[in-house]
Design a binder for this molecule. Sequence first.
Ligand code: GLA
Length: 534
Amino acid sequence: MKKTWLIAATVFCELIFCAISALPLDHRLRAPSPSFGAQSPADSVRAAEDGLALTPPMGWYPWNIFGEEPQNEKLIKEIVDALVSSGLKEAGYSYVGPDEGICFYRGDDGLLTSNLERYPSRLRGLGDYIHRKGLKYALYTDAGSRTCSKAMPGTKDHEFEDMRQFAEWRADYIKIDWCNTEGQDIVKTYTKLHDAQRAAGRPVIHSLCSWGEGYPWRWAAAVGHLWRTTGDICVPGQADWEEAMEIASANEKLSAFAGPGHWNDPDMMIVGMPGVSDTQNRTFFSLWCLMAAPLIAGNDLRSMSESTIETLTNLEAIAVDQDPLGVQGKIVWTEGAISLWAEKPLFDGSQAVLVHNQGRHPAKKRVSWTEIGIDGAAPRYVRNLWTHETTGPLPGGITVDVAPGDVAMLRVSEKNDFPMPPILMADSYLVSLRSTGSASQQLTGTITITNKGSAEIPPWRVGEVLPSWLTVTVMRKGKSQTFTNTISTAGLKKGLYHAVVRADNTEPVSGRPMSTLYYDVDLEVTQDVSGPSR
Ligand code: GLA
């Protein structure tokens, strides 16, 4: 009986899948209903090797607010500067770069080449700018023959040379769309792109974007780090609240498939977009944090209200999203317009809880400790993550009042202490050194990583695979750690040298691996240097 039901459900799902694949472009705007029944998550995880995205990526992409047209180097650089000056960088946002918006062409030789009209410093120049600001470089491409607007080439049949080109441009994150892929097998295609990335040698986050087509949550953890679960959250420039809530509801059902290095992606955020109220901003952000969703801002960072900045940089909410256990919370109770979200254990043994009132009237909800799966007998402290107040110890539970459309976002703990997991910020991700003259020299350049969280992290361990001209030492000073890169030029020939340094760390409270850190070291040797040849 059960088996028959399963087969029927699978056939039904595959039928829906075929129907969705055949839909024209506009239908990407509708969230497909996810199928999650009998399938379990993929058994291998790409991040186990590269250590990337062990917490959900945070950053900014232009699509939601700008769409394609105005994207160019000037705009992206202005956004990068605003990301730094507004405090978003300090709150952990780091991946930034162009989405679809003609940034490259395919030349006659089959290779990608920067659109110099829009990106006069070339895409590598933009990447260097971003890295020097202590941010990570995100680019966009498509797995099919063309991108969605058809204005840019897709990677089909050019997977290996394109991934090499993205590596040369020094991308750290690539969103890979699924337009114009008629006849392509989705698993084989994204697997080929994964293989191409490995062959290119640069560790890069792959953000798969098939809007739920092909049920990526079933298999994509092995070949990527995050996958869109639903259609586009809005048409560029026009935030759509109902669509956002439908997407949240579809994504919520997929909680079993998310974890460190492999995330459900309910799309970029609409926080701070025109037409979204302060309450909606807070509600949206809370839902995305509770779902351990990638926090990719989609608003114009150059003109944010104070309230938008406060929402996007609320470290107590971000700590829930960036929790090293990487559990996606879910709805455990609903009645009418009120839902209770829980099952989001955090690294220190506390729990994140959310009450969402989607109704038009104020709501009162009793959250009992047993209801959220914790021992009912022990009194708990409750931290309100938006008012930043702690109450307790409370026996049995807490009653919260929630205004219409609003949320109460809480952290419940046995202790009156709510530590923050590591939230990292770099002063730069690029060391650039130049040697002159033929006598051998020692040159140094530093990278400093600061932890905005409260849990102290042990010293980073630098990977052993370094070129012979480079040594790296790590020094701890307060909450910062400085990587000193020492270059010895003895015996080097004239030329350009490049290394990617990898450093690993563990989060000390849970003992889990923390997101691996990578940065680039460039060396220009202007003349052959004497000394034992290398
Ligand atoms: C798809 C994606 C969007 C955006 C556009 C660009 O629709 O889902 O996020 O990248 O393509 O055309």
